[in-house]
Design a protein around this ligand. Structure first.
Ligand code: ADP
Ligand code: MG
Length: 309
């Protein structure tokens, strides 16, 4: 059997999940290489036409990263695209889409990465798929934003492309300084993403990891004392979370809603049952492994190497 050649797109070669993926591919008979998209070049020769969807090195354009011709790979797994600014992130993402359209399997599919990265797109996809999610509004209008905050009473504002709990604010209706914060967010970003605040006596959320439509494992993330943001990057503590039918259904449906092959689904335990707040399309597997012993990289590698099994 010939080796499958897999590219793992990652900016930090010491990243736990990327290293776990590399080891899983090797163990399962694949050959993987790290690709840092800070070294990505595409050329367009302006000469030849090619058939749509044909993956061939002679299609008139090339994609090369770290000395690897990406069109010669059998699959590309995206751990993190990396970014310097708006221009290069658009280039990196467009390259992924082009590679996929040329027939290279890209995991996660670029469309899923985009939908998961954009919190408005995720909220919309969840609602449309019938997955319970807290009340949410996105607005470019200061007047409407104030009205929505008044309706929610307490709201969480999140950057549209936020991650690791960064830039998240709790805003209270009627609080002078919170009104100023809201105005400042709208002024700076041109919009605000507001979600009803789910108050929990001891704040924790659930991070569920889904691969290929299966819930692999889940952890609670318990916020540090006096805090309500639970991300592990913000000091949250991981604890094993039992898997219920409700958790399984919601996590799998949320994954399907964004079109991810693998993802981390964040859920809150509300008085009305579990609600999905976020789907992460480039999640870390480290916290899940440490708390549950489940190595999600094995399941991802298995799916990439044997997609139809
Ligand atoms: N509506 C909410 N009510 C209460 N806590 C929330 C709410 N939304 C987010 N949080 C807390 O903030 C954390 C980060 O929010 P999340 O939407 O997952 O964004 P990020 O992409 O930064 O992880 C969550 O894990 C949770 O602890
Ligand atoms: Mg999150």
């Amino acid at each position: 059997m010939s080796f499958m050649h897999i590219g793992i797109v990652v900016s930090d070669p010491k990243d736990w999940t990327a290293c776990a993926l590399m080891a899983s591919f090797t163990r399962n008979g694949g050959q993987a290489v790290f690709l840092n998209f800070s070294e990505l070049t595409s050329t367009i020769d302006g000469k030849m036409s090619y058939k749509m969807g044909e993956k061939s090195a002679s299609c008139g354009h090339s994609f090369c990263s770290n000395g690897v011709d990406l069109l010669r790979l059998d699959a590309l797994v995206v751990r993190d695209l990396g970014r310097r600014g708006v221009q290069d992130v658009a280039f990196r993402f467009e390259a992924l889409q082009a590679l996929e359209s040329l027939g290279l399997p890209v995991i996660n599919p670029p469309q899923a990465i985009a939908r998961a990265a954009n919190k408005f797109a995720t909220s919309l996809a969840l609602q449309r798929a019938g997955v319970p999610t807290p009340k949410t509004a996105v607005s470019t209008s200061p007047k409407d934003a104030l009205r929505i905050l008044h309706e929610y009473g307490k709201a969480v504002s999140k950057p549209l492309f936020g991650f690791k709990g960064k830039g998240i604010e709790l805003l209270k209706d009627g609080d002078e300084s919170d009104m100023e914060k809201l105005a400042a967010i709208l002024e700076k970003d041109g919009l605000v993403y507001l979600q009803e605040f789910i108050a929990l006596r001891s704040p924790r959320d659930i991070r569920a990891f889904v691969v290929n439509g299966k819930l692999m494992a889940a952890i609670y993330r318990v916020a540090p004392p006096g805090q309500w943001i639970t991300n592990l990057a913000r000091g949250g503590q991981a604890e094993l979370c039992p898997i219920t039918g409700e958790l399984r259904d919601l996590a799998v449906n949320a994954s399907r809603a964004v079109g991810a092959v693998y993802c981390g689904v964040d859920l809150l335990e509300t008085g009305e049952g579990l609600k999905v707040i976020e789907v992460n399309g480039t999640p870390s597997g480290k916290g899940i492994f440490e708390a549950s012993g489940v190595n999600v990289a094995d399941a991802i590698a298995e799916h990439v190497l044997r997609p139809h099994s």
